[in-house]
Design a protein around this ligand. Structure first.
Ligand code: GLT
Ligand code: MN
Ligand code: MN
Length: 386
């Protein structure tokens, strides 16, 4: 078999909302029919995916009665079983219904905040019923265009109160869910609250159950903020907070594009895969959609392309680690010697000695670290010349 053909062991997942995206944008009507969730399950299984993730309303439209809800869920579960797919992550749609137009957990109207809690608890029940271990919070409408309402600090407190409340709910139900906050700098709001991985990390530390809450960083979202996704991933990994990941692609300084993984920034995708392969063992989730120009065949070409590119880059990452010239250049980049053990252990005499130590600054100033060559070797490896 072609080594780049995905299998469930690769743990690739897609949101139901991704492959079923009908190609609507703010300027035009849908270009494709909406796909039935059970059909998406069958097609994704055929392509070698491991699972599907969903919002409450991807499966159960808002306002559905209890009996119809149970019928939809049972039918979906049968499709999962039949095709061998799992649901590792679930989330709540707190952005489509106009009730959330000025925020859900950060609405200035406490009735809306309570409704958002209700909707999220029901979505958690659904996620737990389907076997999800991760619950994502993308605060699509948590943000503002106007700050004259004077709620900037209150909004963060309301957000915190809501997450604290929902942590208690998940614990009491024994759901074993971990929460993953997904930052985004803007769109649909002018300015989102918790806009980047860095701001979400700071926020998590202020929660009542910080151990239950981590991150779901998205490649496109950090890129929209003009930031490096591998750097954001590294920060999340360093904090022990990489609970989930949204893979896609994005042109910097453009509208939210959710492009096929690897479509735009190949080197970013490469270092993303390298970090994930070394430091992350959760599902590789694609949060992207086919271009609006595409028909259904284009949708499956898009989905297959995300997974195949990931596997191609994972193989390149292995080659990178096995390439003697690259490894030698990486070793030469770092300098450690017996006189400069790291980390330095602080005590008064070490500090006193360090303060008077003479460094050969002329040599340090002149030394070239070899990064041009290392980067060129990387490019050649990606181009297939190594
Ligand atoms: C929406 C958004 C994504 C989020 C999804 C989860 S929904 O498509 O653009 O980034 O991950 O709520
Ligand atoms: Mn997105
Ligand atoms: Mn996302």
């Amino acid at each position: 078999m072609d080594p780049f053909t995905p299998t469930p062991a690769d743990r690739f997942t897609f949101g139901l909302w991704t492959v079923a995206n009908p190609g609507r944008d703010p300027f035009g009507e849908p270009t494709r029919a909406v796909l039935d969730p059970t059909y998406s399950v069958a097609k994704l299984a055929e392509l070698g995916a491991y699972g599907v993730n969903l919002h409450d309303h991807d499966l159960v439209p808002d306002g559905t009665g209890a009996a119809e809800r149970d019928r939809l869920v049972a039918r979906f579960k049968r499709a999962l079983e039949e095709h061998g797919l799992v649901v590792p992550m679930a989330t709540t749609n707190l952005f489509t219904d106009p009730v959330f137009k000025d925020g859900a957990f950060t609405s200035a109207d406490a009735r809306v905040r309570h409704y958002a809690l209700q909707k999220t608890m029901l979505a958690m029940d659904l996620g737990a019923e389907l076997g999800a271990h991760t619950f994502v919070f993308w605060g699509g409408r948590e943000g503002a265009e106007v700050d004259a309402g004077g709620k900037l600090l209150d909004a963060l407190q309301w957000y915190r109160d809501a997450i604290d409340y929902l942590c208690e709910y998940a614990r009491e139900q024994g759901y074993g869910l971990r929460f993953a906050l997904e930052p985004k700098p803007n769109e649909p709001r002018g300015h989102a609250f918790l806009p980047t991985v860095g701001s979400a990390l700071g926020f998590i530390a202020t929660l009542r159950h910080p151990e239950m809450v981590g991150l779901n960083p998205e490649l496109a979202h950090e890129t929209m903020a003009g930031l490096s996704f591998p750097h954001a991933l590294a920060a999340a990994i360093d904090a022990g907070k990489l609970f989930h990941v949204d893979l896609n692609d994005q042109v910097m300084s453009r509208f939210d594009q959710d492009l096929r993984f690897g479509a735009e920034n190949l080197k970013t995708a490469f270092f993303t895969v390298m970090l994930l392969e070394e430091h992350y063992d959760g599902p590789r989730h694609f949060d992207a959609h086919a271009l609006r120009s595409e028909d259904e065949a284009g949708v499956w070409a898009f989905a297959a392309g995300c997974m195949r590119t990931y596997k191609l880059l994972a193989a390149k990452a292995e080659r990178f680690r096995a390439d003697p010239e690259i490894q030698a250049a990486q070793r030469a980049y770092r300098v450690d010697d017996a006189d400069t053990p790291w980390p330095p252990r602080y005590d008064a005499s070490h500090a006193a000695a360090l303060k008077v130590r003479a460094f050969d600054l002329a040599t340090l100033r002149q030394r070239g670290p070899g990064l041009e060559r290392l980067d060129q070797l990387t490019v050649e490896l990606l181009l297939g010349e190594r």
